[in-house]
Ligand binder design. Structure first.
Ligand code: CA
Length: 391
């Protein structure tokens, strides 16, 4: 996985995660290992991945091949200077890996959408009429996306009080949302939609993403224009971005789409991925407990369909843009990707120990999302994204 790191007094630079070490690609480049690839080596000395991403897929594949060979031959390739090339994570500081121009949040987890429908519209179909026809989304806020480990301040806002009249104060319903983020790897010109069967060429990589949410603020404000302050105070992104090609061994057919999508959303290539996902919650003085296990296979809409729909009207995506999937929940209660669902809007507190339970997050709680794939002897690790809540 690629990320941006610094250590000591160094500048931020591009690194490749290898176990609990980081391969310093600026140093690797200075040592000449990329000289045969005809690339601008200054991309490895940048404080964001955007210029590196702009090199394009053929360059990324060549760089990746070189990295694999270096990692495999590790100590022999760098005999005598191993510790200057492989930096132990404990010595480093991680930075937000991309400069994010725009952030879009989808709603592609169908079990999440159904659960929310059952909670707030108990009569009738839990899914709204549009759900199976298009990937629902809203335009989010890019400026408040922070790197994993950044503390999360409980936001203030308006929400309904005991007598249904609005009150102002710190949210009483702070939640996480387990999501995956796509990092866009290629620009499309304004006015030129990206065809669904070419859409994956526009993905640089994926990262774990926690779209923190204030449910009481969200509920009061969201009609008619959608989420605003209930979502824009913070989203946390993993420091590490997994190149999209690394997902290939985990590709699966995915969910049946009925009714059949319109032609511009119809893709014959399987677009789901068997990626295991988990949520861990650690209270201020408690143990770190796994509170949910789910899988990226529960996304109704594929990454390619999200991109095709996003651009079908001519919207231009740019390198570094983030498209998040929306909350990924499985079909049963232990597999839900938010506390809203795990506590069923506060009706069923989640018991963490003999003395502690949660409906929503308390100050001092730390939420960690993890992701990994394992198939036919191949394992891929998405790392984690973590954040601690404070008042
Ligand atoms: Ca979300």
């Amino acid at each position: 996985m690629y990320g941006i790191f610094s250590y000591g007094n160094s500048n931020a630079r591009v690194g490749w995660k290898h176990g609990d070490h980081i391969l310093d690609l600026e140093v690797v480049s200075l040592l000449g290992y990329f000289d045969d690839l005809s690339i601008d080596s200054s991309v490895f000395s940048q404080s964001v991945l955007n210029d590196f991403i702009a090199l394009g897929k053929p360059a990324h594949q060549a760089i990746h091949q070189q990295i694999k060979e270096l990692v495999d031959s590790g100590s022999t390739a760098f005999s005598g200077i191993h510790d200057q090339v492989f930096i132990h994570e404990s010595r480093t500081q991680m930075h937000l890996p991309v400069r994010i121009g725009d952030y879009t949040d989808f709603y592609a987890g169908i079990h999440h959408a159904e659960n929310v429908g059952r909670m707030f519209r108990p009569n009738g179909d839990p899914l709204l009429a549009n759900y199976r026809h298009l990937p629902v989304a809203y335009h989010g806020r890019a400026s408040s996306i922070v790197v994993s480990g950044t503390p999360i301040r409980r936001p203030n806002g308006q929400f309904p009080g005991a007598d249904k009249q609005p009150v102002f104060g710190p949210t009483n319903a702070l939640d996480f949302e387990l999501e995956l983020a796509l990092i866009i790897g290629k620009n499309n010109p304004l006015g030129e939609p990206i065809p669904v069967d070419e859409a994956e060429d526009y993905i640089f990589g994926i990262a774990l993403f926690n779209d923190w949410s204030a449910r009481d603020i969200q509920r009061w404000e969201y009609q008619p224009l959608g989420p605003f302050l209930g979502k824009n105070f913070a989203s946390s992104m993993s420091a590490w971005v997994l190149p999209f090609d690394e997902l290939a061994p985990f590709r699966i057919a995915g969910m049946e789409q009925e009714p059949s999508p319109m032609p511009y959303l119809k893709n014959n290539k399987p677009g789901s991925f068997d990626i295991e996902l988990a949520v861990w919650l650690q209270t201020f003085d408690g143990e770190d407990i796994c509170i949910s296990r789910t899988n990226a296979r529960y996304l109704y809409w594929s990454f390619a369909q999200m991109i095709a729909h996003h651009t079908v009207g001519g919207c231009n995506l740019r390198i570094g843009d983030v498209l998040a999937t929306g909350t990924i929940s499985g079909p049963i209660s232990g597999s839900y990707g938010s506390l809203l669902e795990l506590s069923w809007n506060g009706e069923r507190p989640l018991h963490l120990s003999h003395t502690e339970s949660r409906t929503f997050l308390a100050d001092g709680d730390t939420v960690t999302l993890k992701g990994w794939g394992f198939s036919a002897g191949i394992r891929v690790d998405l790392g984690d994204v973590t954040g601690k809540v404070h008042s």
